[in-house]
Design a protein around this ligand. Structure first.
Ligand SMILES: [Zn+2]
Length: 147
């Protein structure tokens, strides 16, 4: 269990509530959610202001509803979308997280309105990939690095 984050926060989904769907995580993703919480705790500690999780675990059905990627790490309990308005701009937050040498993220994506951070599968090396999402004509494209 995390120092700052709870399983409830990481599994809450407005979409699930709206559609009356069960978004409780299966046993198989709990270990990933624990690792994810530890990573988010570390980031939270380093910035000193609250982090708001806008999306954590997503059941496959919820992931489809929100238009998530087909193999989204959210369905695996390995990804969270978040903001931290009191820290400053989202870009500043992205730069800060990228600079944390001990955070072993797989992907850090600057999505414009939030950051997406994923951790690697258990036992896998993190890719430490930093991307910027660009939305055009309803499609998401990814460019390397931050804007
Ligand atoms: Zn995401």
């Amino acid at each position: 269990m995390g120092a700052y984050f709870s399983l409830a926060e990481l599994t809450h989904s407005q979409m699930a509530v709206r559609y009356g769907l069960d978004n409780s995580p299966p046993e198989s993703v709990l270990a990933n959610l624990d690792r994810l919480m530890a990573t988010l705790d570390y980031i939270r500690e380093s910035i000193g202001v609250p982090i708001i999780i806008t999306s954590g675990y997503r059941s496959p059905r919820v992931n489809r509803l929100v238009g998530g990627a087909q193999h989204s790490a959210h369905m695996d309990g390995r990804a969270a979308d978040f903001i931290a308005p009191r820290f400053g701009s989202l870009l500043r937050l992205a730069q800060h997280v990228r600079g944390l040498s001990t955070v072993r993220y797989d992907q850090l994506i600057y999505e414009g309105d939030w950051l997406h951070l994923s951790i690697p599968r258990a036992g896998c090396e993190p890719r430490q990939e930093v991307l910027t999402a660009v939305f055009t004509d309803g499609h998401a494209w990814y460019s390397q690095g931050l804007p």
